[in-house]
Write a protein that binds this ligand. Structure first.
Ligand SMILES: [Fe+2]
Length: 387
């Protein structure tokens, strides 16, 4: 485990955040809206989920309950400050409501920022981060439709600043979801490549959380169990996406990994991943997979205990008690099964872009929790090795 020894730690444990899990639970969303104190709902989602009918299941439940609602589906794959500002305008003109965020990480992250801005009339996405004490956002109910980001576990969204071409964090404790509604039936129709990319994201959350400088006994408990569940069930769900048991297990594993990362923070895989996405538009999980192997190798000298926990969580037998090698091989094998890793040039990166990606990665606050100190030159070497 990363972080300080127990005797040096001051722990404050707040299990924090209500989770409701169950197949078919989407029908109970109106109850959760009412429990949050509202009788109206603004559904924030993306056009793809609207097109495949997932959003219809949510709106059908709201209609049956006689609950007034509006669907706002103008959220793209990497939501920007402009999209968040537009969403906040829609929310303000619709009027006070609970925000029901339906989607993968992008709609969930955008919805948090929209909820916060809706509670702060006149505020903008670019300006809200600088406010010392913003007013509370509107209540948020998170309904994940992928098993990966863990965005339902915290009140912060990763949003792209369209001008600066970098990721910014927008959030507040008031927009941490009142309820995370985990319904594995919503993930049954996910295409295999999305299952793989979001699954590798969840696995990386567990692995990076175990090695994070911010890890503590609680995050490590969540992360170790997440790695065990995901290591076992990701290959199964990738083989057969209609296997509801596998979908349920992976959804729970991703949720545990999200709870872990919310406590511990992550590390350099995410630092580089965010930068790659900002500069090339590569989906988050695909960006992580491109550098995962090399970053773990780079971190190995500073993360022996965490890698031993990773190997034990993955139930692999160490060769010559080489836990680090065993962990690397096991993570590599799962990544290989999911088939997500690509060279950077296949993701649209050019040689000229690599120094800028490296600088963004080192500047990203998420990199601050990496177990090994990292320079721009270190990142550049990693990027060039997978170019
Ligand atoms: Fe992630």
């Amino acid at each position: 485990m990363g972080g300080a020894g127990a005797a040096e730690q001051r722990l404050s444990i707040d299990a924090g955040g209500r989770t409701e899990f169950g197949a078919g639970l989407v029908t109970a969303i109106p109850e959760f809206v009412a429990q949050a104190g509202d009788q109206r709902a603004l559904v924030v989602t993306d056009a793809g989920l609207l097109a495949v009918g997932i959003v219809d299941r949510v709106t059908a439940a709201l209609t049956r309950a006689g609950m007034e609602h509006l669907v706002h589906a103008d959220i793209g794959a990497n939501p920007s400050t402009d999209e968040v500002d537009r969403g906040a305008e829609v929310a303000r003109s619709f009027g006070r409501a609970a925000v029901v965020a339906v989607g993968g990480g992008s709609p969930l992250d955008a919805a948090k920022a929209i909820s916060l801005l809706a509670g702060n009339p006149g505020a903008t996405a670019a300006g809200i981060g600088g406010e010392a004490d913003p007013a509370a956002g509107w209540p948020l109910i998170a309904v994940p439709t992928t098993s990966g980001t863990g965005a339902e576990t915290n009140g912060f969204g990763v949003i792209e600043d369209a001008c600066a071409r970098r990721k910014v964090y927008i959030g507040h404790s008031s927009v941490r979801p009142r309820v995370a509604v985990l319904d594995p039936e919503l993930t049954i129709g996910l295409p295999a490549h999305v299952t793989a990319a979001t699954g590798i994201d969840a696995l990386v959350h567990g692995v990076e959380s175990l090695a994070s400088r911010g890890a503590n006994v609680v995050s490590a408990a969540y992360a170790a169990r997440a790695v065990t569940v995901l290591g076992h069930w990701l290959p199964a769900v990738h083989r057969d996406g209609r296997d509801l048991e596998a979908r349920a297990q992976v959804m729970l594993g991703a949720h545990l990994a999200g709870r872990a990362l919310t406590i511990s923070g992550l590390g350099l895989v995410h630092g580089i991943g965010h930068a790659l996405t900002a500069h090339t538009g590569t989906p988050h999980g695909v960006a992580l997979a491109a550098v995962l192997d090399r970053v773990l190798e780079f971190n190995a000298p500073a993360a022996a205990a965490a890698f031993e926990e990773t190997a034990r969580a993955l139930r692999v037998a160490p060769s010559d008690v080489d836990w680090t090698g065993a962990a690397l091989a096991a993570v590599r094998e799962i990544g290989g099964t999911l088939g997500v890793a690509r060279p950077l040039r296949a993701l649209g990166a050019t040689a000229d872009l690599l120094p800028r990606i490296a600088e963004s990665a080192v500047a990203d606050p998420v990199t601050g929790n990496n177990p090994r100190a990292v320079t721009v030159a270190d990142v550049l070497a990693i990027l060039r090795s997978v170019f």
